[in-house]
Design a protein around this ligand. Structure first.
Ligand SMILES: [Ca+2]
Ligand SMILES: [Ca+2]
Ligand SMILES: [Ca+2]
Length: 957
């Protein structure tokens, strides 16, 4: 990974802070202790500041990594060895229940101080899960990239996953599939893919893992919490290693933003050491990229060299295509092709001409989902696989607005025809066609050439003269020369980089002394550090006739540009009374440009906006301006704000409580996210509720009339159906709403007593029907063809020879149907007064009495002796039995106090907990607690203030 050149340049991570979000780190290790940074550390599991791991055998990997790191100071296989002067902290968070709130606390720890967060966890790597961060973690990501590192953005280095042995796809993991995370895969020392590698199009680059054969095998058996990826010796190291390399780049250039870092990794990673593995393609800007390794092995030498010369990329534009509602059926055995012509928001503020990330948001239903392969081809001809087949994914059938991410189009143009392909490529049998409901493309990138390097003498090449000039990327796919293997030979790295035809070309020679950086952060020249105007020594100084904007020191000529110093503010070299719009006065009184996202502001960065620029929307709870509302928010068009969806909604529309998808497998029903489906509906395999057949009250499935569980008043359950009249020889049990079969020979009955008998039968003294012929014989005999024959020994009376022809039993046996048994079988109970085994209610598989079930039929939930299709409010289902929710929850998904899904009236839901009121730092809305502005400790709600106490001009509900 070419570390020596970076170290030779003197970069060791000094001044850069890295935090490892895992199960803790060994803070007192002799070699780690001197770099240990308590401000980059906390213990969420232990609720204290010391992230020292528990020494109980299960939580070794943080410790082990720290140990291995420390063992070799220059160990090139561990991140801290890589950046051996970086400050290192750790967050202990995986050694306990990991939920949204825990994740958000870790991701949001001290973002002003921590530069790089390293994480290697996410949804279960079982090859069938599709899940991502919850609302709080999502917000922590957005806040991190927009406001962390004083607005330059936190760097989240993320492992692409370890589910290779379950053929998992990292694009089904919403953490690594996020644009905010720098996703890192791993390779063996020999340059091959390790057995646990997951392939996907969101992986950016690769580092070596220190995996050794034999070692790898043992870890497959480690049993861990479902939220965790299986423990592995490489899991931590390879992301920590990438984090370490990022730390070197940040030391080389502390102004790098989170997007700059991704650019640098794309541009400097090397495919060559990993080309023994198949699957490399050359994209439209002639870079090799792979689903296994992204853009290749990270190269620390090249990264710091490029970082030194790097100029912050222009602001991110986000262009959303239309949402194409297809509603096309996906037939087994076919390949479906869909096309979309996009203009990349040309001519608007959102225009994207140079791509970074591309998301393809898809809603579809197909069973089994794991059979599908989804591919997307760009206008420049690059095909990226958004989803590989996952043979184990046979439990679910849907993707709901899932934003598949590809980084393979980086640098390409967005405009043109995109081609989406859905292939039923797996081996599983498919019973019925699926449906592609809709898809949408979201382009992230810039409208101007993003790559502008500083020339060696320190001046910058002229940035973006005109958006129409200097289009550096080829606009058409052309036959291209192969990328040579020594292209990234680091000895001559930069020369090659410059000379490489047409790729990320930077050009121009006009040097502008006052270059403002593209995010609006003014780069001041050395002469204008304060409010003093440059003095021209030849000019005569005077105190008379000076412009009114000059202060008492006077001037050296007429007009506001000739002041010695300014009375109020200064813009460029002119004194002004107030700074113009789209600027603010810095501490020296000099007007500086606002961030591009701000129309008016109090500082240079994105979170200092007072009002947003045209084409921008304000994310109200984070108080930042963005081009588009992020996931989990909806846009209020009237006041151009992004309002968070209600807790539990993954996405919503028009209102916080009008959910269009749900978090963490809650059920979507009538645009609400519920813990269980209401009566008259049942849970489908894609986590929504569908109505029962009209005659059922509750049901286990829909569509046809034979999946009823219980019936409305006036109907009776009979073999899965709800009927108005029970069939012949059945008793309509009004109390229990079911039809009960009469005893043998009965025409009509009343529970267990015959009221009338069939022809040729008559009621005997015990209220049972016996054959007319029976009184020709003794009680324990039956009549057959003119002869009296003995009953089976278990019967007291009978109408045939076998044990299944009893009409009554010899004491102490009891009658179950037509058989005498010592004890009632499963599904029957013995009534206390009658010597009969009576059938349980149709919903029970075991019972003590008609109304006291102890075990339910499959798919039903046992609640206080009743078998229901769903647990009552206040209960959740634990393996078929309803258990009580924590006392503060109205409904819940588990027993914990933070597993509430809804709250009692008047209570507030926050991070899964119901509280009588919103905690400090939040304020109350009808949709739950919302976070106060980051500068407030507490806030009243409707009126919100920015950092300087200025009242903001927007309305909240
Ligand atoms: Ca602790
Ligand atoms: Ca995974
Ligand atoms: Ca990512």
């Amino acid at each position: 990974m070419n570390l020596v050149p970076a170290w030779k340049k003197g970069y060791t991570g000094k001044g850069v802070v890295v935090s490892i979000l895992d199960d803790g780190i060994q803070t007192n290790h002799p070699d780690l202790a001197q770099n240990y940074d308590p401000q980059a550390s906390t213990d969420i599991n232990g609720n204290d500041d010391d992230p020292m791991p528990q020494d109980n055998g299960d939580n070794k990997h943080g410790t082990r990594c720290a140990g291995e790191v420390a063992a070799v100071a220059y160990n090139q296989f561990c991140g801290i060895g890589v950046a051996y002067n970086a400050s290192i902290g750790g967050v202990r968070m995986l050694d306990g229940v990991v939920n949204d709130a825990v994740e958000a606390r870790a991701l949001g720890l001290n973002p002003e101080h921590i530069d790089v967060y390293s994480a290697s966890w996410g949804p279960e790597d079982d090859g069938k899960t599709v899940d991502g961060p919850g609302p709080l973690a999502r917000r922590a990501f957005i806040y991190g990239v927009t406001s962390g590192r004083k607005g330059k953005g936190s760097i989240f280095v993320w492992a692409s996953g370890n589910g290779g042995r379950h053929t998992d796809s990292c694009n089904c993991d919403g953490y690594t599939n996020s644009i905010f995370t720098l996703s890192i895969s791993s390779a063996t020392q020999g340059g091959y893919k390790p057995w646990y590698l997951e392939e996907c199009s969101s992986t950016l680059a690769t580092t070596y893992s220190s995996g050794t054969p034999g070692h790898d095998k043992s870890v497959a058996t480690v049993d861990m919490d479902a939220r965790l990826r299986p423990d592995h010796i490489c899991t931590v190291e390879h992301t920590v290693l990438a984090a370490g390399i990022c730390a070197l780049a940040l030391e080389a250039n502390p102004t790098l933003t989170w997007r700059d870092m991704q650019y640098l990794v794309v541009l400097t990673s090397r495919p060559q050491p990993l080309e023994k593995e198949s699957g490399w393609v050359v994209n439209g800007v002639r870079r090799k990229v792979s689903h296994k390794f992204g853009y290749g092995l990270m190269d620390a030498g090249a990264l710091v060299t490029l970082a030194e010369k790097w100029t912050t990329v222009p602001p991110q534009h986000i262009c959303k295509s239309q949402e194409l509602i297809e509603d096309k059926s996906i037939n087994p055995g076919t390949t479906l092709d869909f096309y979309m012509d996009v203009d990349a928001c040309g001519g608007t503020l959102n225009e994207v001409r140079f791509l970074e990330h591309v998301q393809c948001k898809i809603s579809l239903r197909f069973f089994p989902r794991g059979n599908l392969r989804i591919q997307l081809t760009s206008p420049m001809g690059t095909t990226s696989t958004l989803l590989f087949e996952r043979p184990r994914d046979v439990v679910s059938s849907n993707f709901d607005d899932w934003p598949f991410l590809s980084v393979h189009y980086w640098g390409e143009k967005a405009e043109g025809r995109w081609h989406l392909q859905i292939v039923n490529a797996g081996n599983r049998h498919v019973n019925q066609p699926g449906i592609l409901k809709k898809w949408q493309l979201i382009f992230y990138g810039t409208s101007v050439n993003p790559v502008r390097l500083r020339t060696p003498n320190g001046a910058r090449s002229t940035p973006w003269k005109s958006p129409l000039n200097n289009i550096a990327f080829p606009t058409q796919p052309q036959p291209l020369p192969q990328v040579s293997n020594n292209f990234f030979d680091t000895s001559d790295y930069f020369k090659n980089f410059q000379n490489f035809p047409n790729v990320y070309e930077f050009s121009g020679s006009d040097q502008d002394p006052i270059v403002s950086s593209l995010d609006g952060k003014k780069v001041r020249d050395n002469n204008s550090q304060n409010n003093q105007v440059d003095l021209d020594l030849d000019d005569e100084q005077s105190r008379d006739g000076c412009d009114e904007q000059c202060d008492e020191q006077g001037c050296f000529g007429r007009g506001p540009a000739k002041c010695i110093a300014c009375k109020n503010k200064r813009m460029d070299k002119t004194c002004v009374s107030v700074c113009p719009p789209r600027s603010y006065a810095d501490s020296q009184g000099v007007c500086q440009a606002c961030h591009e996202a701000c129309e008016t502001c109090t500082g240079p960065d994105q979170r200092s906006c007072l009002t947003c620029s045209p084409g921008h929307v304000r994310v109200i709870d984070l108080d930042i301006c963005l081009q588009q509302c992020p996931e989990g928010y909806y846009e209020s068009y009237a006041d151009k704000t992004c309002i968070p969806c209600q807790p539990n909604c993954a996405s919503c529309q028009d209102r916080p409580d009008y959910c269009t998808s749900c978090d963490h497998h809650l059920l979507l029903y009538q645009n609400k996210c519920l813990a269980s489906c209401p009566q008259n509906s049942y849970e489908t395999d894609d986590y929504s509720c569908a109505p029962c057949y009209e005659t059922c009250l509750t049901c286990t499935g829909g569509g046809n009339s034979s999946q009823c569980v219980s019936c409305p008043v006036g109907r009776f359950w009979h073999e899965g159906r709800c009927v108005r009249d029970c069939p012949a020889h059945h008793f309509a049990d009004r109390r229990h709403g079911e039809c009960v079969e009469c005893p043998p020979g009965c025409g009509e009955c009343n529970r267990t007593t015959c009221l009338s008998c069939l022809d040729d039968w008559k009621v005997n003294s015990k209220g049972r029907c016996v054959a007319e012929t029976s009184d020709k014989c003794d009680v324990d005999q039956y009549y057959d063809s003119g002869l009296c024959k003995p009953c089976h020994s278990t019967c007291d009376s009978c109408d045939g020879p076998t044990e299944k022809a009893c009409l009554s039993c010899a004491s102490p046996l009891i009658l179950q149907g037509t058989k005498c048994v010592g004890k009632c079988d499963k599904g029957y109970y013995s009534g206390r007064e009658s010597q009969l085994c009576e059938p349980c209610l149709h919903t029970c598989s075991r019972c003590l009495s008609k109304t006291n079930c102890t075990e339910c039929r499959t798919g039903l939930q046992l609640q206080s002796g009743e078998c229901l299709s769903a647990c009552a409010n206040g209960y959740y289902s634990d393996k078929g039995a309803c258990q009580r929710c924590y006392m503060s929850c109205r409904t819940c998904s588990g027993p914990g106090r933070d597993q509430c899904v809804s709250c009692p009236t008047g209570w507030q839901l926050l991070a899964g907990e119901c509280r009588p009121d919103c905690p400090e730092g939040y304020y109350k809305t009808v949709y739950g607690c919302q976070r106060c502005h980051y500068s407030c400790k507490n806030c009243p709600g409707k009126i919100r203030y920015n950092a300087r106490g200025v009242r903001l001009k927007y309305r909240y509900f």
